[in-house]
Design a protein around this ligand. Structure first.
Ligand code: C2O
Ligand code: CU
Length: 487
C-alpha cells in the first residue's frame, strides 16, 4: 500500500502543483500506522526456552539447532506457516559463559539453502556463517569456537545470499546470551523471571499468512503494521520484582523503533549491543535500528500496569517514521521483590585513536557502499590481525541505514564530528546511520586471521543487504595477502 499510495502521492503533486495541504493530509493521515491504545494485551509473553546443551568429551558445550518449517498462531489463527529453529517460530536462547568453548550443530530441514550467523560474536571467519558457506536443504554444519568477550545480548540469524530478509521474516532468529564467569553487578539475572528477552518484530498479514506483498513494501523492504514480541501478538508480562531487565532486540527486517514507556517514565539503559555500559544511563527513550540491542531496567510499583511502546521516530513517513505501536504490557504483582540498580556496571577501556593502523571511509548510498555492490570475489578491505582501525562511515543520502561489522565490537568516536551520546558510549556492532550523517568508529581486529575467508560488513536493513549493500574484509597476518578459497 505504501508504494502504491506514494505513487499516487507523486501523481497528486504533479496534478495540483500547489497541493501542499492535500499532501500533508495524506502524509499525516493516510500512510502511518498507529496501534497505541488498540492492542488487547491478552496473551502472556512467550519466553524463548533456553537451549539445552551437553558438555562433550573435549569439554565443549554443544548445542543443536534445526531450521525447520511449522505452523504458528501469530494472532491470525493457528495456521500461519512459519520457520523456526527447533520449533515453529524463532529459536531457543543459547547461553554460554565467557571463556567457554562452544559448538553448535546446525541442521537445515528447510527446502532451500540457509546459513546461521552469530551476530556480534568475535570468532574465526570460517564459522561466521556468511553467504560463502550455504548449508544445502537436508544438510548439516558445525560451528565451533571459544567465547571470549564481555557479557552481552547477541543473536543469531540466517545470512545466505539474497534470501536473508525472507528467512528472518518467516521466523528464523534467536538470542545468544554471554555471561561473565562471575556476575558481580547484582543486575536482575533470572531468565524469564526478572531478566526478559524482548525480541521485537513487525509483520504484515494477508489471508492469515505472513505477507511481503506490495501493501507492506517500502524503500526499506517490508514495514508491517502489527508487532510481535518473541512471536507473541498483544503480549503482557507478569512482573514480580521491583526491577525488571528487558533485553531488547530489533529483529525486524527494516523498521526502526523508538522505545518509550506509556507514561513517559524514565528507565535505565544498562547495555548496548556488545555489553554493559560503564554505568546505567537514565533516559525516557531508546532507539534501535535493525539488528541493534539495548538492555534496559524498568522500575515498577506494586499493582501497576505500564506499556512499552514504540513512538514516532521522526524519520520520513515512507520509512515508517510516523508509525507508533503498543509493544508489551508490564503487569506488576501486588507485592514485588525489591532490588537496587548498581551505580557502576563495567570497566570500558577506550580504544585509542592514536593506535589506528588504518583509516577507511565507507559511504552508504543507493544500494551500494562506496558505489560498489557485494561481490564475493572482491575484497574491500585487508585488515592486519591485532591492529586497530578507524572506519569513517557516512550515510550519503536520505534513506536510513543500519551499519554492521562482523567479528568485532566497535566504539563510536564521533557523530558528525561530535562526541557520541551516552547510548552510543559502549560496545556496538550495529549502528543506525541517520540520513546525511557521518560517524567514526574504532575497532581492534584481534586474534583471528584467515586469508581464505572473508567477514562481511553491510547494511542490516535486510532488503538492502540482499540487494547488495554489503562488502567484505579479510583479516591477515602481517605481510600476508587474501586468497579467497570459495572463488
Ligand atoms: Cu546480523 Cu551480517 O548480520
Ligand atoms: Cu540500508
Amino acid at each position: 500500500m505504501r508504494k502504491w499510495l506514494l505513487g499516487g502521492l507523486g501523481l497528486l503533486l504533479l496534478l495540483c502543483g500547489g497541493g501542499v495541504a492535500a499532501v500533508t493530509w495524506l502524509v499525516t493521515g493516510g500512510l502511518s500506522v498507529n496501534t497505541v491504545g488498540k492492542v488487547a494485551f491478552d496473551r502472556p509473553l512467550k519466553v524463548p526456552p533456553l537451549a539445552p546443551s551437553v558438555v562433550d568429551a573435549d569439554g565443549r558445550r554443544v548445542f543443536d539447532l534445526t531450521a525447520q518449517p511449522g505452523d504458528s498462531d501469530l494472532g491470525h489463527g493457528a495456521g500461519t506457516r512459519t520457520w523456526g529453529y527447533n520449533g515453529a517460530y524463532l529459536g531457543p536462547t543459547l547461553r554460554a559463559q565467557r571463556g567457554e568453548r562452544v559448538a553448535v550443530n546446525v541442521h537445515n530441514r528447510l527446502n532451500e539453502p540457509t546459513t546461521v550467523h552469530w551476530h556480534g560474536m568475535h570468532l574465526p571467519a570460517k564459522v561466521d556463517g556468511g553467504p560463502h558457506h550455504p548449508i544445502p536443504p537436508g544438510g548439516d554444519y558445525q560451528a565451533a569456537w571459544t567465547v571470549d568477550q564481555p557479557a552481552a545480548t547477541l543473536w543469531y540469524h540466517p545470512h545466505p545470499g539474497e534470501r536473508t530478509e525472507r528467512q528472518v521474516y518467516r521466523g528464523l532468529a534467536g538470542l545468544f546470551l554471554i555471561d561473565e564467569t562471575e556476575d558481580k553487578t547484582g543486575l536482575p539475572h533470572d531468565y524469564g523471571v526478572d531478566d526478559i528477552p524482548v525480541v521485537v518484530q513487525d509483520k504484515g498479514f494477508s489471508g492469515g499468512q505472513l505477507s511481503m506483498d506490495d501493501r507492506f513494501l517500502s524503500d526499506l523492504g517490508v514495514l508491517g503494521d502489527e508487532i510481535l514480541v518473541n512471536g507473541t501478538p498483544g503480549p503482557y508480562l507478569d512482573v514480580r520484582t521491583g526491577l525488571v531487565r528487558l533485553r531488547l532486540l530489533n529483529a525486524s527486517t527494516a523498521r526502526v523503533y523508538d522505545f518509550t514507556m506509556s507514561d513517559g517514565r524514565p528507565f535505565a539503559m544498562i547495555a548496548s549491543d556488545g555489553g554493559l555500559l560503564a554505568a546505567p544511563y537514565t533516559t525516557r527513550r531508546v532507539r534501535l535500528s535493525v539488528g541493534e540491542r539495548a538492555e534496559i531496567v524498568v522500575a515498577m510499583r506494586p499493582g501497576e500496569r505500564v506499556e512499552l511502546r514504540s513512538a514516532r521516530t521522526g524519520l520520513g513517513v515512507v520509512h515508517g517514521g510516523k508509525d507508533a505501536f503498543d509493544v508489551l504490557q508490564l503487569r506488576a504483582a501486588g507485592e514485588l521483590r525489591e532490588g537496587a540498580l548498581p551505580a557502576r556496571l563495567a570497566t570500558l577501556t577506550k580504544l585509542d585513536p592514536q593506535r589506528a593502523a588504518q583509516r577507511r571511509t565507507f559511504t552508504f548510498q543507493g544500494r551500494g557502499i562506496n558505489g560498489d555492490q557485494m561481490d564475493m570475489r572482491r575484497v574491500d578491505a585487508v585488515v592486519v590481525k591485532d591492529t586497530v582501525e578507524i572506519w569513517n562511515v557516512a550515510n550519503g543520502h536520505d534513506t536510513p541505514h543500519s551499519f554492521h561489522i562482523h567479528d568485532v565490537q566497535f566504539q563510536v568516536l564521533t557523530v558528525d564530528g561530535n562526541a557520541p551520546p551516552p547510548e552510543l558510549s559502549g560496545w556496538k556492532d550495529t549502528l543506525f546511520l541517520e540520513p546525511r550523517r557521518r560517524y567514526a568508529v574504532i575497532a581492534e581486529f584481534a586474534d583471528y586471521a584467515d586469508p581464505t575467508t572473508a567477514y562481511m560488513f553491510h547494511c542490516h536493513v535486510l532488503r538492502h543487504e540482499d540487494e547488495g549493500m554489503m562488502g567484505q574484509f579479510v583479516v591477515v597476518e602481517p605481510g600476508d595477502t587474501p586468497r579467497l578459497s570459495h572463488n
